[in-house]
Each structure stands twice: as C-alpha cells, then as structure tokens.
Write a protein that binds this ligand. Structure first.
Ligand code: FAD
Ligand code: NAI
Length: 475
C-alpha cells in the first residue's frame, strides 16, 4: 500500500470524511485518519456527529417522541394504548444500530471512492510546502506523507471548572446519550442546543427536568419573537428553565449530584439531581496533533487560525469544521471540507456563511437562516416582517401539531429575503426552501408567487411571504 498521498485528512467527522471523498473524486490519492473506536476497539468514523452527536441524539428524540405521542396524543385519533411502557435498553440498542450503520456506511464510501483509511491518531512530524510527514498511532505505528493536509479534528465538550465529566453522574453529550434508566430528577446546565434537545428526550420519558442557564435571555441567538414562543411552549411541556443563574459548587455523591447556584434574584439555591448534563458549549480539539511542534498557529481560544479559504498559517495545510471559527455544525463542516478539496484542485470552492441554516430538534422544531429581527434593528437595516401561524394551516391541523409560526424578514426597499425563522412541525425540512431562496437572493414576493402543494406545511412559508406584503390569504 502506498504511504505517500496527495491529500491526507486528519479526522473522519463530517468535515474530514466528506473532504476526503471530494478530494478522491477530484482524482487525488487520498488518506483519511480517524481515531474513534467502537465498543470492540474497531474503527468508527463519522466523528462526534455520527457517534455522540447529531445522529444518536436524533434517534433518541424520535424514540421519545413516539413514546410521548403514544401516551398523550394518540387518544385524539381514537387509538387506545394500554399498558404503555418504555424499554430504555431497546431504545439505546436501536440508537447504537443506527450509529453503526452510519460508521459502516462511511467505511463503504471510503472503499467506493478509493480513500485509504487509517485507524489511529494522526500527528504532524515535520514538513514544509513540499509535503508533510504524519505519524499514525493506532494498533501499529506508521508514517505517511501528504502534499496537502486537511485538519478536521473537531471539538470536545467544555466542562465546568469544578465538575469534571465522570459520565455516570456528571454527563457530557456522550453520557447524556447513554443514560440507561429514566432519571427521576435530571439537571441540565446550559439552555443551548444540547440542553434543550437532551432535556426534551428525558422529559418525554418521564424525568423531572430542570435547566439552569447563565444568560438572562432564553436562546439569545434566536429571533426574539421565536425564542419567546419557544420558551412559553417548553415551559408548558414541563421543562423548568431558570435563566440568569450563577452556578456555584457541584458535588457528586454516590447516587446523586448536588448543584448550588444563585438565581436571577440573587437568592442562594440548592438542587439535587439523579443525573446532571453539562452542556455549556464545546472547545476545539487539537490534542495530540503536535500543532505547536510544527508551528501551526492557534488563536487565543484554541481554534486553528484560518483565513476565509480555510488556509492555516502553514503552506498547504488546511483546517475545517469545529476546529476552526464559525458555527459548530455538521453541514458547515461538510461545506468547508468540499470547498477545501476543490481549492486544492484549483477550483473555486465556496461557503456562504450567510445562508447556513440552524435547527434545534425539539418539539416543536426551531429552524432559521439569515438575520434575526434584533440583528436587523441593531444594524439599522429597514425591513418588513410577515408571520403566519401553523394554527391556520390545514396540514398542521390534520397532523395535530399547530404550535408555532413561520416568520419572514425582507428588505424594506428591495424585498430581498434577509432572514426566515420557523418554530413548528418539520421546521428542519421547511427551512431548506428559505435557504435556497436566500442563496438565489430571492424576494419575499418570489416565494409568495410560487405554487405550494395543498395541504402542506410549506403553505405556511408561502403565507408568511405573503404576509410581508400584508396579504396573507388564510389568516
Ligand atoms: P468531529 O465530528 O468532532 O470529528 C472529528 C474527528 O476527528 C473525530 O472522529 C475525532 O476522533 C477525530 N480526531 C481528532 N483528533 C484526531 C487525530 N489527531 N487523529 C485522528 N483522528 C482525530 N450539528 C448539526 O449540524 N446538526 C445536529 O443535529 C447536531 N447535533 C449535535 C448533537 C450533539 C449532542 C453534539 C455534541 C453535536 C451536534 N452537532 C450537530 C454538531 C456536530 O456534531 C459538529 O458540528 C460536527 O461533528 C463537526 O464535525 P467535524 O468534522 O469538524 O468534527
Ligand atoms: P450552546 O452554545 O448551544 O449552549 C450553551 C449554553 O450554555 C448557552 O446558552 C450558554 O449561555 C450556557 N452557559 C455557558 N456557560 C454556562 C454556565 N457556567 N452556567 C450556565 N449556563 C452556561 O452549546 P451546547 O448546547 O453545549 O452545544 C454545543 C454546540 O453543538 C452547539 O453550539 C451547536 O453548535 C452544536 N449542536 C448542534 C445541534 C443542532 O444543530 N441541532 C444539536 C446539539 C449541538
């Protein structure tokens, strides 16, 4: 097997494995190194996203949603469920099967595209513009070379300084996805994306969930109107969310964990939980890469420094995904991976940071692209807004899921769409229309004039676009 490659990718998450496949498609001899191990110490490419992120979290969200529907919503349809129970072990086994299908799928794609896979940790040995030596430390140790290196080593969960993850009582995303019995009382520190998704899973299965958030505003990055609606709906579902708290001591006992904190009124509080999820953001991962030894520049927060093209401080070394600036999202990592492979080939790969969609997979889902209303106000941009509630959408009524709305923000003069915000059923799917529209720099009127199937949730998108011009038809 040749050990000299045109392109060596370090990290096999969404940024890395996609970069490797695209590089191979473009005719480069390509290697991808990933160190993730499955329970049998075998390779498990796919990174955080596949192993302890996007995929397993969505599997648990689906299982818990079915359980909740069977318990509460089916009665409406005349479906009677007796003796409902939750087999957590089976739910976790299903999740593991889905993860393995994805791991195996990536190994198959590597074979199909002739990407050489190395299982182990990759680290820089030496190199310059002519090429780099990379040591791969796995079951055996070997050295390979690459003319171009793409670093895609991802991120790790951030721990609180006084509460290391033990994954038994104090859980990162890894432990939160593997809780083997429904905790009676579940604490969550951080009301961000992971806190809300994981909090929702265990609340649906019967946990009493308390979410403690440092900031005074709920979901500060989300459009305020949508965040307000989400806060109301989550509180109604039973998520106890406390904002503006200051976390003090965290003490793990034998079977529970005690959190002392100050609430938003300055009162000292104490809560005891069976499990505690700490989801306060993630930090870039350059552990074991020998970045310092090779002179690869990191910024003050530990991210690999890159320019707009994902070029690092070293010639022919590129970096993509969570380990560089920008949103920590799988699809952002993938887009950067593709763009870098194309740039290596002399093409004009591009990533439009203005049209990267966000989705929070709670129920209802929250999805958005572009600017929020508060951002437009702060930037002094004159805009028009239009909203349409799912309550007035026939398909949403038939589904029995009428919470939320679609909101359009368009330039006051040109009518160009500046942002679209959705809270409601299948928001994760509906947002794609808005992304396409913004990528083509469409106006709200363009969407308003497009024929949308009836009855469909997407009619709410059309109606919100019509509402920008105050002429929605069904509300
Ligand atoms: P990673 O996926 O972290 O992959 C990096 C890989 O590199 C890992 O396999 C790691 O083992 C390997 N590696 C690191 N260093 C080395 C080395 N020196 N040698 C060899 N291998 C190495 N994003 C979404 O867009 N949608 C979601 O629904 C979503 N859900 C999430 C849910 C959770 C619970 C979490 C934690 C994250 C979620 N994310 C989601 C974020 C998403 O997982 C990340 O943005 C994405 O995985 C980043 O991809 P990456 O390729 O940059 O890094
Ligand atoms: P996050 O950044 O989404 O949320 C962290 C929250 O913790 C913030 O609200 C922050 O104010 C709060 N916080 C920080 N320090 C705190 C403290 N000391 N005490 C109390 N609260 C504190 O980070 P999260 O949820 O850990 O997720 C990490 C990243 O993973 C996300 O930002 C996102 O990029 C990605 N992700 C994406 C998902 C998706 O796309 N659906 C799902 C899950 C994760």
């Amino acid at each position: 097997m040749s050990k000299n490659f045109d392109v060596v990718v370090i990290g096999g998450g969404p940024g890395g494995y996609i970069a490797a496949i695209r590089a191979a498609q473009l005719g480069f001899s390509t290697a991808c190194i990933d160190e993730w191990k499955n329970a049998k110490n075998g390779p498990a490419p796919g990174g955080t996203c596949t192993n302890v992120g996007c995929i397993p979290s969505k599997a648990l969200l689906q299982s818990s949603e079915h359980y909740e529907h069977a318990g509460h919503a089916f009665g409406d349809h005349g479906i009677e469920v007796k003796g409902l129970s939750m087999n957590v072990a089976q739910m976790l086994a299903r999740k593991e099967t889905i993860v393995k299908q994805n791991n195996d799928g990536i190994l198959y794609l590597f074979k199909k595209n002739k990407v050489t896979f190395f299982h182990g940790r990759g680290s820089f040995v030496k190199g310059d513009a002519n090429g780099y030596e990379i040591k791969v430390a796995g079951a055996t140790e070997e050295t390979i070379t690459g003319k171009h290196i793409i670093v895609a080593t991802g991120s790790n969960p951030r721990a609180l300084p006084n509460a290391a993850f033990d994954e038994k009582l104090i859980l990162s995303n890894t432990g939160a996805l593997a809780i083997d019995a429904v905790p009676k009382k579940l604490g969550v520190i951080g009301a961000g994306v992971i806190g809300l998704e994981m909090g929702s899973v265990w609340r649906r299965l019967g946990s009493e969930v308390t979410v403690l958030e440092a900031l005074p505003a709920f979901l500060g990055a989300v459009d305020e109107q949508i965040a307000k609606e989400a806060h109301k709906l989550f509180a109604k579902q039973g998520l106890a969310i406390s904002l503006g708290v200051k976390i003090g001591s965290i003490t793990a006992g034998k079977k529970d964990v005690t959190v002392e904190y100050t609430d938003d009124k300055g009162n000292a509080q104490k809560a005891v939980f069976d499990k505690l999820i700490v989801s306060i953001g993630r930090v870039p991962n350059t552990i074991g890469l020998n970045a310092e030894g090779i002179g690869l520049k990191l910024d003050e927060r530990g991210f690999i420094t890159v320019d707009g093209d994902c070029k690092t401080s070293l010639p022919n070394v590129w970096a993509v995904g969570d380990v560089v600036r920008g949103p920590m999202l799988a699809h952002k990592a993938e887009e950067e991976g593709v763009a870098v492979a194309e740039r290596i080939a002399g093409q004009h790969g591009h990533v439009n940071f203005n049209t990267i969609p966000w989705v929070i997979y709670t129920s209802p889902e929250i999805a958005w692209v572009g600017k929020t209303e508060q951002q437009l106000k702060a930037e002094g941009v004159a805009y028009k807004a239009g909203t349409f509630p799912f309550m007035a959408n026939g398909r949403a009524r038939a589904l029995g899921d009428t919470s939320g709305m679609v909101k359009f923000l368009a330039d006051a003069k040109t009518d160009e769409i500046l942002g679209v915000h959705i809270i409601g059923p299948m928001a994760s799917e509906l947002i794609s229309e808005a992304v396409v529209a913004m990528e083509f720099r469409a106006s709200a009127e363009d969407i308003a004039r497009i024929c949308h199937a009836h009855p469909s949730l997407s009619e709410a998108t059309k109606e919100a676009a019509l509402a920008v011009d105050k002429r929605s038809l069904n509300f």
